[in-house]
Ligand binder design. Structure first.
Ligand SMILES: Nc1nc2c(ncn2[C@@H]2O[C@H](COP(=O)(O)OP(=O)(O)OP(=O)(O)O)[C@@H](O)[C@H]2O)c(=O)[nH]1
Length: 347
């Protein structure tokens, strides 16, 4: 484009951080940590969901200056790379954008996402990939890595977990509160075995120094000797998902009884915890004026008060369950059975 016969000055490329990590590792927690830190930057967040009902955008903190864009549907890596290009090109037209964070779904292979920054010219001219940051759940990753080591390469999520660690420029080992020091040391050594070059940082509730995750410059041209050329070669054999892993979304209009919900969640965790990788939702509890945020990873879950319901908003509960061999009918019926008694009697 010319301006008064001269080349218009090119604005500097906007750095993009791809946040990846298995379900529940702490990606949204890290996004919120970054958004709420006092860095004075305008940050756009691109969220990708695994599940029919978008929940993640409700879990990301609301701030005035940041923009949240959604890329719904299946994994970004399978179907939505063109969506990502469209979103980025739209974002590029905005003024004052300092940085983009892409939070991938816990099931996504970050490889094709990162490739987008090299293969699409328009994107490449506006944005530069800063780094792939992989979150690891210190409390839950070990069984996945054990399965991977045991050769279960095609039957479990171990491959995704190992891939996400392998492609990282920085690994954030989160949830250190869930493990003893010795266990953490063993895990760190194991992670170095999978990826010897990525810097490792540990965190609790993803509270890391921003310098540890932003401005890494892993793909800078002047550091190209270190660049990982796997990004530039499309290899379909790496593009794999476990067919048994899926998501079940449930949306119900009845208000829920908190005690019944807690009881059901406890039973579900006991019976299906190993296969229930992730559980999250916005719950409408009877007698409460605010939404309740439900978060779960395997057998652990928490239900805590969130933002108040706005007057116009229907008080509905929405939940997404992600795991292996989940039974949609059973989950839907289970959640419905938690409806507060008064509402059940009217139904
Ligand atoms: N104990 C503990 N819990 C944590 C920590 N960090 C995050 N959590 C909790 O773990 C749950 C999952 O965290 P998220 O940030 O939503 O994880 P995520 O990777 O975005 O999850 P997906 O979107 O499902 O892939 C939430 O209940 C968090 O509050 C931590 O350091 N320790």
């Amino acid at each position: 484009m010319t301006h008064h016969g001269r080349e218009a000055p090119k604005s500097p490329a906007i750095p993009v951080t791809v946040l990846t990590g298995f379900l529940g590792a702490g990606k949204t927690t890290l996004v919120n940590h970054i958004l709420t830190a006092r860095h004075g930057q305008r940050v756009a967040v691109v969220e990708n969901e695994f599940g029919d009902i978008p929940v993640d955008n409700d879990l990301v903190v609301e701030t005035d200056e940041e923009i949240v864009e959604m890329a719904n549907g299946c994994c970004l890596c399978c179907t939505a790379r063109t969506d990502l290009i469209d979103i980025l090109n739209r974002l590029a037209r905005r003024e004052h954008l300092d940085r983009v964070l892409i939070e991938t779904s816990g099931m996504a292979d970050p490889n094709p996402i990162a490739q987008t920054f090299f293969v699409d010219e328009e994107v490449a001219s506006r944005f530069r990939l800063d780094a792939v940051v992989t979150l690891v759940d210190a409390g839950h990753v070990t069984p996945h890595l054990d399965a991977w080591d045991a050769g279960e390469h095609h039957t479990g999520p171990g491959r995704q977990v190992a891939d996400q660690i392998a492609v990282a420029d920085r690994v954030v080992v989160n949830k250190t509160d869930l493990v003893e020091a010795a266990e953490l040391d063993t895990l760190l050594a194991r992670l170095r075995g999978i990826n010897a070059t990525a810097g490792l940082v540990t965190s609790c509730h993803a509270e890391v120094d921003l310098d540890a995750v932003l401005g890494i410059g892993a793909f800078d041209l002047d550091r190209s000797a270190q660049a990982d050329h796997r990004w530039l070669t499309e290899d379909d054999s790496r593009h794999w998902h476990d067919p048994e892993i899926g998501s079940v979304s449930v949306e119900i209009s009845e208000q829920l009884d908190r005690a019944a919900l807690e009881r059901w969640l406890g039973d579900l965790a006991a019976a299906r915890g190993a296969d229930l990788y992730r559980l999250k939702g916005i719950m409408a509890l009877a007698g409460q004026d605010c939404r309740y945020v439900l978060q779960g990873v395997h057998r652990l879950h928490e239900l805590r008060p969130g933002a108040p319901w706005s007057a116009a908003e229907p008080r509905r509960s929405r939940a997404v369950f992600i795991g292996r061999g989940l039974d949609a009918t059973e989950l839907t019926a289970g959640l419905r059975a938690c409806a507060a008694p008064r509402v059940t009697a009217e139904a």
